[in-house]
Design a protein around this ligand. Structure first.
Ligand code: UDP
Ligand code: MG
Length: 329
């Protein structure tokens, strides 16, 4: 192909032959990973004119996930593996995958087949029609406990109410990103990687395709309640300063109540004799103020902690091994 022809091909890459990367974060997914690979490859046959590369990110698995991924890469020229030096967490594994991806479009999908790979051809079709971000909108969540569904619902509503970026409800990380969006994300240095929020922040033309979230095929969730809760806090604190505002309101209410207390104290002092009334009110006031202050310190501490994390400027993840990339390490 001549230089001019290759430039033209790059410009029209959405409609003609294009390079599509699929990023799959994996943490202890030995039970499902081979099945995932087969399903992915099978589903990709429905996409015309695309060279599909699958990039698995091993997020410090302690089971046989990494050797299995190496074997998959050995048997498939268009499969690559990025292995992180330890478990960094889902959002960092995704970040590592996006950094490693070079395609015209990148799809991010979980390893456990909860997001059906068969939806990807629809995403690609929407992208070819001009969308820059195509996210998967869950119409139902099968095989998840009522508790998980309930807390997820609450979380998305809170986020929509408090967040600055309008993060759509019921959207996970299953999505297609155009090259330009991937570049934008890669340019974001922040540690607080609540990717679905960063994607909304990035802008561009964003569209949704709906799908039914399936039960996990094998293995178990890596997000017990504790981790889910901390993820939810990340989502809220890194996209909203509303909690800080609430602290100010709380302070205002406490001050008003204190004023009432002061007037009452003067009244007792000036117009009554002998008795020592008001000890209950004092106790209540002390406890109330103590609670308000600790809560406020906690909220401020959340932000200070985040600032501390950011200023250290550590890398977001550490790669220990790359398999199937041309340049080797
Ligand atoms: N994952 C990861 N690092 C982690 C936890 C999870 O890379 O520390 C991966 C995991 O292998 C899966 C995806 O992130 O591909 C989503 O995790 P999981 O299915 O456990 O979350 P859930 O669907 O239960 O929210
Ligand atoms: Mg899952």
């Amino acid at each position: 192909m001549t230089v001019r022809a290759s430039i033209a091909a790059a410009v029209t890459s959405r409609t003609q032959a294009c390079a599509l990367d699929i990023v799959v974060p994996c943490y202890n997914e030995e039970a499902v990973i081979e099945q995932t690979h087969r399903r992915l490859r099978g589903a990709m046959r429905a996409i015309p004119d695309a060279r599909v590369t699958i990039i698995y990110v091993d997020d410090g698995s302690s089971d046989a996930t990494l050797p299995r991924l190496r074997a998959l890469a050995a048997g498939d020229a268009d499969t690559r593996v990025v292995a992180l030096s330890r478990n960094f967490g889902h959002q960092y594994a995704l970040t590592a995958g996006l950094d490693a991806a070079g395609g015209d479009a990148v799809v991010v999908i979980d390893a456990d087949l909860q997001d059906p790979p068969e939806v990807i051809p629809q995403m690609v079709a929407r992208w070819r029609d001009g969308a820059d971000v195509v996210y998967g909108l869950r119409t139902s969540r099968q095989g998840e406990t009522a508790f998980k569904r309930g807390t997820a619902h609450l979380f998305y509503r809170l986020l929509q109410r408090f967040g600055n970026a309008k993060i759509p409800a019921d959207v996970g990380d299953f999505r297609l990103l155009d090259r330009r969006v991937v570049e934008t994300l890669n340019d974001m240095p922040e540690r607080d990687r609540f990717l679905r929020g960063l994607v909304v922040w990035a802008g561009f033309r964003q569209e949704a395709v709906t799908y039914e979230r399936q039960p996990r095929v094998a293995g178990e969730t890596k997000f017990p309640f504790r981790r889910m809760f901390s993820f939810a806090l990340d989502g809220i604190f890194s996209f909203s300063t509303v909690p800080l505002r609430l602290v100010s309101y709380l302070g205002l209410v406490a001050s008003l109540l204190a004023l009432v207390g002061i007037i009452y104290a003067f009244y007792i002092k000036l117009f009554t004799v002998g008795v020592v009334p008001g000890w209950a009110a004092q106790w209540i006031g002390t406890l109330f103020l103590g609670g308000v202050q600790l809560l406020s310190l906690g909220v401020i501490g959340e932000y200070v902690g985040r600032i501390y994390g950011e200023v250290k400027r550590r890398p977001l993840y550490v790669v220990k091994e790359r398999v199937g990339f041309d340049s080797g390490a």
